[in-house]
Write a protein that binds this ligand. Structure first.
Ligand code: ATP
Ligand code: MG
Length: 469
């Protein structure tokens, strides 16, 4: 999804590509490095860091990112792996995804790479596809100027000017994210002292922090997420204005916030991120319920356990399911509604379904939860009362449910959080691990009133009794 950065705007206004100039600058700089000139580069110029110094050889890149750059180089364009992938490689971590920056226009990129398509109507980018891997290829962005369209708070709405590599570097958020790796020379090109900052474990914003947050408030969230994920500390200059500027996040479209929150929650460091978001005063209004949940003692315990669990899965290389995550985040809200409806005289199961709908209707819209995710969340929730039924044939039917595993994991969390007796969760753990006679032996006796109800239901027609949840 082309959800990068601030706004993206319709077809490019001015195109300012200066391949020759940039090549010249780079050649000049390379020759300076080879002359052994160790002087700090002049403002605006890049430091060229050779492989002997950073140690990242081109075979460390994903094959798709390498092939994307090769195809563009062959056609005479500049092309670099940029951003998070270079940063992660320098830190010795496996990049989550690869981005390539080039001086070719989106059309130019599309012509060079057979399986590629242009995405986005405003700031267009290209998805280059090689097997399963998709590389996001972006044309160098130009400087923001007086014509840049912003909202009344200063958030950039239209971002449609192409530019030079140097301009592109200045448009990136943090110095560690403005590094360009050239697979041909294996050099890292560093305009903003990003390599040094990485070495010092500092996340430093490029430019004046307040102005950069105003342009795009999501950068505050990115700062917290990246610092937590990479074990960096946010530079005090960048950290200081966050608390007072937090309210700017309210103007960010819900879908973008949802994407960013999802990244944060599935980063493998969600507990750290959420704790830090709270410390920075950023959690209010982000996930509308997060503040409410975190203020209820049971809710907080449950959510934190769920996040710790997700972190553990992600760190072990297992994916995290967005539906499971949001099911946990919203569960205590469902519980509160469910309880209220039952107290008002509604029967248990219809009350649960009504509570689920209410919560999803309200939160689904605010969070831009897709219909498919909402469906999955409901399934996880609606399985919960069925775990209480441990007699007759019902446990066997539950085991066959396609969402059994997610429902069971959710049950374990509830038990861990002290919301239900751990005996129920233990029973289900054992029920899955044994079979045949041992499994049958575990079943609880069908309560007398349940037997009576079943007989009554069977009499008129010979239909099989349905499950109640
Ligand atoms: P991750 O490890 O989550 O992928 P990332 O830094 O690579 O982290 P991406 O969303 O993949 O994040 O973005 C790729 C690059 O695009 C970033 O490294 C940064 O250079 C630039 N970028 C992304 N978002 C912004 C933003 N809001 N403002 C400025 N630059 C951004
Ligand atoms: Mg990335």
């Amino acid at each position: 999804m082309p959800s990068k950065w601030a706004g993206k705007s319709s077809a490019c206004g001015k195109i300012a590509l200066f391949p020759d100039t940039s090549d010249f600058v780079i050649r000049k700089l390379i020759s300076r490095v080879f002359r052994g000139n160790k002087k700090k580069p002049a403002a605006g110029a890049a430091a060229i860091i050779p492989v002997a110094s950073h140690g990242i050889t081109r075979d460390r890149l994903s094959s798709a990112s390498r092939r994307t750059c090769e195809a563009l180089h062959k056609a005479g364009f500049q092309a670099y792996v940029v951003g998070g992938a270079v940063r992660d490689l320098l830190l010795g971590a496996e990049p989550k995804d690869y981005d390539v920056a080039t001086n070719a226009t989106p059309e130019g990129v599309r012509r060079c790479i057979r399986r590629s398509r242009i995405i986005g109507r405003r700031f267009q980018i290209v998805h280059a596809m090689f097997g399963q891997e998709v590389i996001e290829v972006t044309t160098f962005r130009g400087e923001l100027d007086a014509n840049t369209k912003k909202d009344e708070h200063g958030r950039v709405l239209h971002d449609n000017v192409f530019g030079t590599q140097q301009e592109d570097a200045a448009r990136r958020d943090f110095t560690a994210n403005a590094l360009y790796y050239d697979p041909a020379s294996e050099n890292v090109i560093d305009y903003h002292h990003g390599v040094g900052d990485l070495k010092a474990k500092t996340l430093r914003i490029i430019g004046e922090p307040r102005a950069r947050y105003r342009e795009d408030p999501v950068r505050m969230l990115r700062a917290v997420r990246l610092a937590a994920k990479l074990g960096l500390s946010i530079d005090p200059e960048a950290r200081r204005p966050i608390r007072e500027m937090a309210s700017l996040l309210e103007n960010v479209p819900a879908a973008r916030l949802f994407d960013e929150m999802l990244k944060l929650l599935t980063s493998g460091h969600a507990v750290k991120c959420i704790t830090q978001l709270r410390d920075e005063g950023l959690h209010h209004g982000l996930l509308p319920l997060l503040d409410v949940i975190l203020e209820q003692p049971m809710g907080e315990r449950f959510v934190m356990l769920a996040l710790a669990n997700t972190d553990d899965r992600v760190q072990r290389g297992k994916g995290a399911s967005p539906s499971f995550l949001f099911a946990t985040l919203l569960w205590h809200e469902v519980l509160a509604h469910w309880e209220k409806l039952q107290q008002a005289g509604e029967a248990k199961i219809p009350a649960l379904f009504q509570a689920m709908d209410t919560v999803l209707d309200v939160q689904g819209e605010k969070l831009a939860i897709t219909r498919r995710i909402a469906g999955d969340i409901k399934e996880i929730w609606s399985l919960q009362p069925r775990f209480e039924q441990r007699a007759g044939k019902r446990p066997y039917a539950l085991l066959e449910q396609p969402r059994f595993r997610a429902g069971y994991d959710f049950l374990l969390l509830r038990a861990q959080a002290g919301e239900i007796a751990s005996e129920i969760a233990d029973w289900w753990t054992r029920f899955q691990s044994v079979d045949g006679e041992d499994r049958a032996q575990m079943l609880l006796p069908v309560p007398a009133d349940e037997k009576k109800r079943r007989r009554r239901r069977k009499k008129p027609s010979n239909s099989v009794s349905g499950t109640s949840a």
